[in-house]
Write a protein that binds this ligand. Structure first.
Ligand code: DC
Length: 219
């Protein structure tokens, strides 16, 4: 079984994707983490993110792996654990920039399909283009969304809890900028895929959204 979850940042995709994978015994694949690691491959090599050709060849050479349980996901780049370093706001920005490059997307989509197809019981994948490009024939597709302010508030609270110094206003500005880039890029922009079930999570608790998603999957 393949479950696709797409939507903008802060809509609850990761938390709900992990909850579903655990409940259903499926592999969980955080495709955003792969774009973050891909961006890091380029920056570690000292390549400017504007130099698309060199970014693509660095990403093609990079060895990106995701292992472990949904709550304890280990992301490695060329054998080095980058699970924490890919979570900074700078890494998020860099991921959003490299994800506009078609050559980078091709490599990521290829990897995501092969991981999803080889998962013994199936896979929950979350990202921006899962239902539209990576697995257009997914068994169930969700499009999670929430008001911009609600998403910025959640992201700000998460960052705060992790001890990162930021402000709500800064987080809001970053989210608006990332939404704009992710939705307006030429290759695979963030869209609600055909047949995707849209859920606005602004005023729902996690458990409420989880129940709605489970009901759809059971159907
Ligand atoms: O979900 P995230 O915040 O970790 O994603 C980081 C960036 O990667 C996001 O700005 C857009 C990009 N991305 C993408 O283009 N396609 C995906 N399937 C997942 C993420």
């Amino acid at each position: 079984m393949i479950i696709a979850i797409d939507g903008p940042s802060g809509a609850g995709k990761s938390t709900l994707g992990k909850m579903l994978a655990k409940r259903l015994g499926l592999l969980y694949l955080d495709t955003g983490a792969m774009y973050r690691a891909a961006a890091m491959a380029a920056t570690n090599a000292g390549i400017s993110l504007d130099d698309q050709e060199r970014v693509v060849s660095a990403v093609n050479r990079a060895h990106i792996e995701l292992e472990g349980e949904p709550d304890n996901l280990l992301v490695s780049l060329d054998g080095e654990d980058v699970s924490a370093t890919i979570r900074t706001p700078d890494a998020a920005h860099a991921a959003s920039v490299v994800s506009t490059i078609s050559g980078v997307r091709q490599r990521m989509v290829e990897l995501q399909r092969s991981i999803g197809e080889s998962a013994p019981n199936g896979c929950v994948l979350e990202g921006r283009d899962i239902g539209s490009v990576v697995f257009p024939n997914a068994d169930v597709k969700f499009f999670l969304t929430a008001k911009t302010e609600a998403r910025a508030r959640r992201r700000f609270e998460e960052d705060n809890a992790k001890g990162r110094e930021t402000t709500y206003e800064k987080t809001l500005t970053e989210i608006i900028e990332r939404d704009r880039r992710d939705s307006t890029r030429k290759d695979s922009p963030l869209v609600r895929a055909d047949g995707a079930i849209k859920i606005d999570t602004s005023d729902l608790s996690l458990d409420e959204v989880f129940d709605i998603m489970l009901r759809h999957i059971e159907q």
